[in-house]
Design a protein around this ligand. Structure first.
Ligand SMILES: NC(=O)c1ccc[n+]([C@@H]2O[C@H](COP(=O)([O-])OP(=O)(O)OC[C@H]3O[C@@H](n4cnc5c(N)ncnc54)[C@H](OP(=O)(O)O)[C@@H]3O)[C@@H](O)[C@H]2O)c1
Length: 272
């Protein structure tokens, strides 16, 4: 299976948003390790120093078969996304796989105390940014394959998009919007060969909770106390698996939990 997957991914150009950390970073390594012979990776995020470091590490580990292009991009900035494709070098312009992963949660406030800036940042990043990036990449996917289209759009949602919880009103709403957009898109593109794929993680230990608590590491650690969360590599494996299926197979919808989790809020914690 690994060999077949590697063959199918050969020569592809993969664009990953939010590649500077967590799931996005792991996804970059997982694609590179699965198909080290011939792959192009476009890695985007705001922290360009992190992306450059990841590009160096990938090249050191896997050699010259992987071409990595780190690009600074704030996905919540509509103008930056609008001009993104035009600025890509010619050899990276035809994106085969778009992994819409950049996203964040801020705070645990409940209405009516949710800070306006947090509302705006979450929607601009998780929803508008994802939609705008999809719209920027789609035209070139639609032209391929004699007009039948080709390519994968992989949207990273969340259990939060399926099951809203207290203190997550905006984040959950943003991920529900991602889920809804993803399902509309799959229906809109049904006459094409473009695959629309959704991967919804449960609890994964990344920088996600540190961002949620505005940099407070102790509060972030408490989220995972008594739990063995998924690792970002676990999610990356599912993403690359989906992209590496035979062209006629769409892994349309995936929900991934760690073994102690049964819903957004049902979590078995060991108390020792
Ligand atoms: N961790 C979980 O438990 C969990 C569960 C379900 C779903 N998810 C989803 O998984 C995705 C990845 O999160 P993660 O857990 O890997 O968290 P993470 O470690 O905090 O990574 C988030 C990534 O998103 C990028 N990002 C945030 N705002 C951005 C912006 N305005 N422009 C460009 N990039 C931006 C960050 O890069 P910069 O800061 O460098 O810009 C970073 O690379 C998110 O969509 C998240 O909602 C996570």
């Amino acid at each position: 299976m690994a060999a077949a997957m590697s063959m199918r991914l050969q020569g592809k150009t993969i664009l990953i948003t939010g590649a500077s950390s967590g799931i996005g970073r792991s996804t970059a390594f997982e694609f590179a390790r699965t198909c080290p012979q011939n792959l192009k990776l476009i890695l985007t995020a705001r922290r360009i120093d992190r992306l450059e470091q990841i590009a160096t590490e990938i090249t050191q580990e896997l050699g010259p078969g992987i071409k990595v292009l780190p690009i600074q991009l704030d996905i919540s900035n509509a103008e930056e996304v609008r001009t993104f494709v035009d600025k890509l070098p010619a050899e990276f312009k035809e994106v085969d796989v778009l992994v819409n992963n950049a996203g964040l949660v801020r705070g645990v406030a409940r209405a009516p105390d949710i800070v306006e800036e947090d509302i705006n940042v979450m929607f601009a990043t998780n929803v508008t940014g994802l939609i705008q990036m999809t719209q920027a990449i789609l035209p070139s996917m639609l032209k391929r394959n004699n007009g039948d289209g080709a390519g994968d759009i992989i949207n990273i949602g969340s259990i939060a998009g399926r099951e809203p919880y207290v203190g997550g009103g905006i984040y959950c709403a943003s991920k529900a919007a991602v889920r809804s957009f993803t399902e509309s898109l799959r229906k809109e593109l049904i006459a094409t060969r473009i695959r629309v794929i959704s991967v919804d993680p449960g609890q994964v230990e990344t920088e996600f909770s540190v961002v949620r608590f505005y940099g407070d590491q102790n509060k972030a650690d408490a989220v995972y106390a008594g739990c063995e969360a998924l690792t970002p590599d676990d999610i990356a494996e599912a993403i690359v698996f989906a992209a590496g299926r035979r062209e006629n197979v769409v892994v349309a919808d995936t929900l991934l939990f760690p073994n102690h989790q049964a819903s957004a809020t049902i979590m078995h914690r060991k108390t020792s």
